[in-house]
Design a protein around this ligand. Structure first.
Ligand code: ANZ
Ligand code: ZN
Length: 852
């Protein structure tokens, strides 16, 4: 039996595609343009199987679009800055630049083995001065346009990694990498004004109808627009306990609420530990000062704050209820109040907010219901705050109104009496981009004692990251570099210092898709050329980037639009988030208190009734199918698999078995099946080298054209697993059909439909069948509408009204034909038992009823 030699085919066709520049995207092409992009990888050193799945999906879309007549831009590059390179430097003494570039070499070779239709001429790495230098130029443009500013702010400080962490990098109060308890520090930081675009970023989501709903919802929640009332609490003049007399303008503070309707249910006010009033009260209250210090010890991550135990400290101050001067509320400093949301202060309504209820129970504060659901007007609140709709109770002039009307009524009153205003508040904060790290884009700023903060003149860009640095002590090696930091001030010429902070690596990924579309040497991009390709029509990547990366890229694009650099609003019109590749685990317990020993798949002999360790022949435990991870050793190395099964089988398996948005469980049987499929297709091609003699087979023609229509629409909707199932079906039909012109034409079509998924096999078979040119250049097959019409019908057969069976017949068949076919059914003959029918009723195309 002839076998498809994957190794030879891969080498041959990859060389031919490269020599012919098959996948180089031409800016000046007259064809309509399509931009297909997968999230670019971090060059960790090895391509993992998740990358393979991600890039295979993108490749199927890119190759199909190309065959459909589009000029396709499908580029690849490297998200090459970031901490792992510095960690490698610290652990292994290699320098981050060499480590990163070696990883890129290795991974590029791995990706090339997979035969992706990528335009390698546009490859970029964010650690190239040619890339980050242009990013510095964009930073300066945004600075000039007022979209960048500097301020002192509290940051999460990781005392081991000696860096500022983003809130997302703080997990349970500890640094995500070091595990050290995070401290709070104040530093001067650069910020990008993403909040300027909060409304626009939110409103734009509704137009992104080719994005997953869940991603749009996550972005919406992240932006977190809420409207409510901002109002002032006046401090009561007589303090319930002796305390400091608050100073400053007025004697009170502002709060923000989304529920002004619940104001008569207020039982306390709370302020953040960082609130100026809290600081003031702590001056002669050591216990309060201790409490504040305790609140500040943790990180600033909102998620942490939400899960912490709610703690408060009574300041002894009281405020006056704005709707009744006779009512006073105690003021607490509370750990759940964030200084940088709203006004850093709130009123607590335990009846209708769970957090407030927990707090009230802990500190014995009153709990009053003010909103009643239908029929439970006076039902007391127990353990659950009522957050649903209803009518107002216990609320004087608001009683009887719906909560919604009451909300409007309180806002109206506050506005007319001058103690509050209606406001819109966002959860979204400005983006702090300063990182005290080495391996990133240097921030192009110079600090001069005389002139202050001075931007590096554009003519002096790029500010090149020095590579002669040492990592023998923690912290940022740029600060220790003997010469790099010393420069003349561009304004006054006096000796000055370079900024040693670098930009958050999310800035690198916020515009790389624009640089792929256009990469002149002397500026970040040519706006006219970039706009020809953008927006990215299909972006594919992991859902872990659903919030930050996508939001930052959307912001960056808008910022460029505002400063007139690029006329594109949304960077990605279509987004798809793929599932993970998973694998079962193999382990042996090590006994009391010890973690199990994990074994890699290749160390194990897996049979249907269990798994045995090859080394000693004894059993190992088969664990759950989970995300591949080094620590559990349940990883499949793409290189090993590629050598054994070939790129096409690996690609085919990545697309089969699971819907692309779901997890895909790697299995030996799955990859075996993919390999067998490749061989079956090859065999069909082999059988048809010579033009087959014979007669046309109309039924097969229709099956082939139905497959064209179905596979095309499946790929359009990114339902790759369905397309795969269709192709299995088509191969089966072709194998069953008798040789002849229909079968040969069907095999040629099959090769074209398989080409985006198994491109080497397809080229090899295309050549074998003596078709013109390369299959990757051939026009995508189009289904003949006449052959799509379903011309077979199922006829139900009854004897005396009881269903006895069915058969298929050509649509519009004669009554006599249907009668004869029905009578021939064995079940019908058995029912008649030799008697001849008394009457036969035929409903054309549907039913034959035999009356015995
Ligand atoms: C009183 C109230 C009663 C509230 C009620 C809620 C329910 P969102 O929707 O996320 O915008 N809040 C205000 N400032 C805060 C801060 N700095 N830190 C923590 N919480 C703060 O949340 C707005 C609500 O969160 C506000 O409405 C306030 O509590 C609280 F039945 O005011 B509410
Ligand atoms: Zn100066």
């Amino acid at each position: 039996m002839p076998r498809f030699d994957h190794q030879a085919a891969e080498v041959r066709w990859q060389a031919i595609w490269e020599a012919r520049e098959s996948f180089v995207a031409r800016d000046d092409s007259p064809r309509p343009k399509a931009y297909v992009l997968e999230m670019f990888p971090y060059p960790s050193g090895r391509v993992h199987i998740g990358h393979v799945r991600n890039y295979t999906m993108g490749d199927v879309v890119a190759r199909t679009r190309r065959a459909q007549g589009f000029e396709v831009l499908h580029p690849m590059g490297w998200d090459a800055f970031g901490m792992p390179a510095e960690n490698a430097a610290m652990e292994r003494g290699v320098d981050p630049g060499s480590w990163t570039r070696a990883n890129i070499e290795a991974m590029r070779a791995q990706l090339k083995r997979l035969g992706f239709a990528l335009d390698w001429s546009r490859e970029l790495a964010t650690c190239d001065p040619g890339y980050y230098g242009q990013e510095q130029a964009l930073f300066l443009d945004m600075l000039a346009a007022g979209l960048v500013y500097r301020r002192e702010s509290a940051v999460n400080w990781d005392p081991v990694d000696m860096t500022v962490l983003a809130n997302e990098q703080v997990i349970d109060g500890r640094g995500w990498r070091s595990g050290a308890l995070v401290e709070r520090r104040k530093l001067n930081q650069w910020f990008l004004k993403i909040t300027d675009f909060a409304d626009d970023l939110l409103d734009g989501l509704s137009g992104l109808d080719q994005w997953p709903d869940k991603v749009r919802l996550m972005q919406e929640n992240w932006i977190g627009r809420s409207t409510g009332l901002r109002f002032r609490f006046e401090l009561a003049t007589d303090f319930p306990t002796p305390g400091p007399s608050p100073e400053g303008e007025g004697r009170g503070f502002d709060v923000f609420t989304t529920r002004p309707d619940t104001l008569f249910g207020a039982s306390f006010a709370a302020i953040a530990a960082d609130h100026p009033l809290a600081q003031q009260c702590a001056r002669d209250n050591p216990a309060l000062a201790d409490f504040i210090a305790q609140c500040q010890a943790g990180g600033t991550a909102a998620a942490d704050i939400e899960t912490q135990e709610k703690l408060g400290f009574d300041t002894g101050l009281s405020v006056i209820h704005p709707l009744d001067p006779g009512l006073q509320l105690p003021v607490f400093v509370a750990n759940f109040v964030l200084m940088d949301y709203g006004t850093g202060a709130l009123f607590g309504c335990p009846g209708h907010d769970q957090r407030d209820l927990d707090f009230a129970r802990k500190y014995q504060l009153p709990v009053l219901r003010v909103v009643a659901a239908e029929g439970e007007e006076q039902a007391p609140i127990h353990n659950d705050a009522y957050t649903g709709p209803g009518r107002m109770v216990n609320s004087r002039f608001l009683d009887g109104m719906t909560a919604e009307d009451a909300r409007a009524a309180v806002i109206a009153r506050a506005t007319s009496e001058g103690w509050g205003t209606s406001v819109t508040q966002y959860r979204l904060r400005d983006w702090g981009v300063s990182r005290q790290r080495y391996w990133g884009t240097p921030i192009p700023i110079i600090h001069c004692d005389a002139c202050g903060v001075v931007p590096v003149p554009k003519a002096d860009l790029p500010v090149i990251l020095p590579e002669d640095v040492s990592f023998d002590v923690p912290g940022n090696p740029l600060e220790r570099h003997p010469t790099w930091g010393q420069v003349a001030c561009p304004t006054c010429g006096a000796s000055a210092r370079r900024e040693t902070d670098t930009l958050d690596t999310f800035t690198n990924s916020s515009w790389y898709f624009i640089r792929f579309a256009s990469a002149p040497l002397d500026r970040p991009f040519d706006p006219a050329v970039a706009a020809q390709w953008l927006p990215v029509g299909q972006y594919i990547g992991g859902v872990e980037h659903a919030i930050l990366h996508l939001l930052y890229a959307r912001f960056w694009t808008r910022a460029l639009q505002r400063i007139g650099a690029l006329d594109v609003a949304e960077p990605f019109s279509g987004l798809f988030t793929q599932g993970m590749v998973t694998h079962e685990t193999y382990s042996r317990p090590q006994g009391e208190g010890l973690p199990p020993i994990w074994f890699a798949p290749e160390e194990v002999d897996r049979r249907s009734d269990g798994a045995w360790l090859k080394a000693d022949g004894d059993k190992v435990e088969v664990g759950r199918v989970i995300k591949m991870s080094k620590s559990k050793k349940n990883v499949i190395d793409p290189d090993a698999i590629l050598g054994r099964y070939g790129a096409d089988a690996v690609r085919w398996f990545m697309l089969s078995d699971s819907p692309p948005e779901r997890d895909l469980a790697w299995s030996e049987s799955g990859i075996d099946g993919a390999w067998r499929f490749v061989q079956r297709v090859w065999r069909l091609a082999e059988e048809h080298v010579a033009t087959a003699e014979g007669v046309a087979d109309g039924k097969l023609d229709r099956q082939v054209h139905r497959a064209i229509a179905a596979v095309t629409s499946d790929i359009d909707r990114l339902q790759f697993n369905k397309a795969v199932a269709r192709l299995y079906e088509l191969v089966g039909a072709l194998e069953r059909a008798s040789p002849g012109p229909s079968r040969r034409a069907g095999v040629v079509t099959l090769i074209q439909l398989v080409a985006p998924m198994a491109p080497h096999l397809a080229e090899e078979a295309w050549a074998l069948l003596e078709q013109d040119g390369l299959v990757c250049d051939a026009a995508w097959p189009v289904a003949d509408p006449a052959l799509l019409i379903d011309d077979e019908v199922t006829i139900a057969v009854q004897v005396n009204g009881k269903l006895k069976g069915s058969f298929t017949a050509a649509k519009g068949s004669e009554k006599a034909v249907l009668e004869a076919d029905a009578l021939a059914l064995p079940t019908v003959q058995r029912s008649l038992d030799g008697a001849s029918p008394r009457k036969i009723i035929v409903v054309p195309d549907r039913l034959v009823n035999i009356v015995a």
